[in-house]
Ligand binder design. Structure first.
Ligand code: F6P
Length: 323
């Protein structure tokens, strides 16, 4: 293998740039030519491909976002789109790929590999931390710390005004972001898709708190919770407790930006190196990850079909610590 391509796809996450840097430099270190593919699979289809050198990735390790841009490609979901992408890779002489992204990215990579057989190794880049095959994904630690910083500030005003705040965090169908935000942010209640927390439970917990002279509350709601969005949950609770002074804060895309934490830079660098070394060792259709401090490679199909379970003790911790 002489030429490899690298791209970022799906929702961006802090640390993607550190990962790109590690991939480019590991390729150069091993005498490979490395090509950047802009805007994920869309750029692959269009041939938006450029040669990267060691200096192309100078001064990016500390930056959020992705210098390669990102996209969720509808065209790559079609056979014609994937054929066009393959033709472009052939034209550029690209023999191997490193994909940085989440489950959508690896779903695409898996199909592409089945159809065209281009060796591909992936790095888990998503704030959601919902990928099986790694304890942490690149960007998760930064996103949690960004959210936690906002929750600390909300706590100040919640306390001053003696209010109930319903704070919605990202995470798609998983509660991985919500859990450390709730425990680290001292929340009274956490609502995540993986466990059932009913509206009745929320009402009982608030009432019990008021009866113990608690005056402010933080309820962390994962965006994928079955009871609905933070806005819907707040409305349901307000219907039963109309005099509750409640506010809703949706943290949204602020969680996706910002300089990566030290942990994310370290993880991104480790996994970037592992992706290129994996390709050179003949690996394909696998994601590099870290489990219990050990480097592991997991087939794409497992990363997207197996569920990474959340320790149920974590929701119990929120109950215990808010008594
Ligand atoms: O997958 C990352 C993520 O930020 C999810 O937490 C969220 O549900 C989604 O992406 C938002 O996507 P978009 O940026 O396309 O609105």
């Amino acid at each position: 293998m002489k030429k490899i391509g690298v791209f970022t796809s799906g929702g961006d996450s802090p640390g993607m740039n550190a990962c790109i840097r590690a991939i480019v430099r590991t390729a150069v270190y091993n005498g490979l030519e490395v090509y950047g593919i802009r805007r994920g699979y869309n750029g692959m289809i269009k041939g938006d491909i450029f040669k990267m050198e060691s200096l192309t990735v100078s001064n990016i390790i500390q930056k959020g976002g992705t210098i390669l841009k990102s996209a969720r490609s509808m065209e790559f979901m079609t056979k014609e789109g994937r054929q066009a992408a393959y033709d472009q890779l052939q034209q550029h002489g690209i023999e191997g790929l490193v994909a940085i992204g989440g489950d959508g990215t690896f779903t695409g990579a898996n199909i592409f590999h089945e159809e065209f057989g281009i060796p591909t190794v992936g790095a888990p880049g998503t704030i959601d931390n919902d990928l099986y095959g790694t304890d942490y994904t690149i960007g998760y630690d930064t996103a949690v710390n960004t959210a936690l910083d906002a929750i600390d500030k909300i706590r100040d005003t919640a306390d001053s005004h003696e209010r109930v705040f319903f704070v919605e965090v990202m995470g798609r169908d998983s509660g991985y972001i919500a859990i450390p935000c709730a425990i680290g942010g001292g929340a009274e209640i956490v609502m995540i898709p993986e466990t059932d927390t009913s509206i009745d439970y929320v009402i009982d917990t608030l009432k019990a708190g008021w009866s113990r002279s608690k005056t402010s509350f933080i309820v962390i709601v994962a965006e994928g919770d079955e009871e609905g969005s933070a806005t819907e949950i707040a409305a349901k609770v307000s219907k039963i407790i109309p005099n509750m002074d409640a506010r809703v804060t949706i943290l949204g895309h602020v969680q996706r930006g910002g300089a990566p934490t030290a942990a994310d830079r370290m993880l991104a660098s480790q996994l970037g190196i592992a992706c290129v070394e994996g390709l050179l060792a003949g690996r394909t259709n696998e994601m590099a990850g870290i489990i219990n401090k050990e480097l592991v490679y997991t087939p794409f199909i497992e990363t997207i079909t197996k569920q990474k379970l959340i320790n149920p003790n974590f929701t119990k911790m929120v109950d215990i610590l808010s008594v």
